[in-house]
Design a protein around this ligand. Sequence first.
Ligand SMILES: NC(=O)C1=CN([C@@H]2O[C@H](COP(=O)(O)OP(=O)(O)OC[C@H]3O[C@@H](n4cnc5c(N)ncnc54)[C@H](OP(=O)(O)O)[C@@H]3O)[C@@H](O)[C@H]2O)[C@@H](O)CC1
Ligand SMILES: Nc1ncnc2c1ncn2[C@@H]1O[C@H](COP(=O)(O)OP(=O)(O)O)[C@@H](O)[C@H]1O
Length: 276
Amino acid sequence: MNRVLSAGEVADLLPEPTEADHKYTRGTVTLVTGSSTYPGAGVLSVGGALGAGAGFVRFAGSERAADLVLSRFPEVVLAPGGADALVIGCGWDESLRDPARQALAEHAGPVVLDAGALLDRGLRAEVGTPAVLTPHPGEARRLWEQVGGGGPLPTDLTEAARALSGATGSTVVLKSARTLVATPDRVWEYRARTAWPGVAGAGDVLAGVIGSVLARHWQAQTTANLGDVVAAAVWLHGEAGAHAAGLTSAGAPTHPIRASDIIRGLAPAWQSLPRG
Ligand SMILES: NC(=O)C1=CN([C@@H]2O[C@H](COP(=O)(O)OP(=O)(O)OC[C@H]3O[C@@H](n4cnc5c(N)ncnc54)[C@H](OP(=O)(O)O)[C@@H]3O)[C@@H](O)[C@H]2O)[C@@H](O)CC1
Ligand SMILES: Nc1ncnc2c1ncn2[C@@H]1O[C@H](COP(=O)(O)OP(=O)(O)O)[C@@H](O)[C@H]1O
C-alpha cells in the first residue's frame, strides 16, 4: 500500500521559520541547471527553489541562463559557495558536466539529479548518498536500461519506481499524473487533482522545490525520513499546480497554466497547510 501524506503531515514536514532563523538556517541550495541550450529550465528550477522556502539560492548553470535568472530573480547569488542541497540537470547539456562535478566535489548533502544528469552514469557514481533521481516515464525507461534492470521496466508505476530505487540505491521520484516517490523499502504517492500541470518545465520547477525542502531538513539536521521529505515537496508542487489552475476547492472550474504559474502557486499551496 503506497503511503499518501495528509496535509497535516505535510505541514509538519514543511515548518514555518522561527524568530531564530535566518537565511542560512533556512537551507541553502545550489542549482547547476539551465545550459545554454535550455536556459529557461534554469529559471524555472530556481523559481521552484525560491518559492519552496530556501533562505539562500545560488546558481551555477550557463552564463546565458545566469543572465536570465538574475533578471527574473535578483535575490539569486552567482558567487560560488557551499550549499545544503544541490540540484543538477534541469535543461541539461554536456557543458553542465564540469560545473556539476565541481559542485559535487565540495558537497556532502543531498543531491537532486534531473533530466540528462540522472542518465549520466559518471555523475551518478560521483554522488554520495542521499541522492534523489526525478525521471519522467521516458527517462525512467532509459535509466532502467542503463542499470541493467533486465527485461522491460514494470508497467505498474509503483513497481517501476520501487525497481528503479532498488537498482540505483537512490530515492526515485517517478513523475506523471500520479507521482511515486520510492526508497528501496517504501513507496509514497501523490495523485494530481488536475492535469493542467502536465506542461513543459513543470518538472524543472519540481526539482527546485525538492532541493529547497531537502536543504531545509539537511541544515536543521531533522530526523525526518528522506522519503517523507521528498513526498512533502511533491505534494507542495502538485498543490501549487492545482492552485495555479484555479482549483482552490473540489470541483472548481480550472484553466490552462504554464510552468511559471506553478512557481506562483507555491505561496497559496504553502498557505493552505493546516497549522497549530
Ligand atoms: N524551458 C526549458 O528550458 C525547458 C527545458 N526542458 C529540458 O529539456 C530537456 C529534454 O527534456 P524532455 O523531457 O523534453 O525530453 P527527453 O528527455 O528526450 O524525453 C522525452 C521523451 O520521453 C518519453 N516520454 C514518455 N512518457 C513521458 C512523459 N510522461 N513525459 C515526458 N516524456 C515522456 C517520450 O518518448 P516516447 O515515449 O514517445 O518514446 C518523449 O519523447 C531536459 O533537459 C529538460 O530539463 C524541458 O524541461 C522543457 C522546458
Ligand atoms: N497528466 C498530468 N497531470 C498532472 N501533472 C502531470 C501530468 N503529466 C505530467 N505531470 C507533471 O508535470 C511534470 C512534468 O515533468 P517533466 O516531464 O520532467 O517535464 P519538464 O522536463 O518539461 O519539466 C511532473 O511534475 C509531472 O508530475
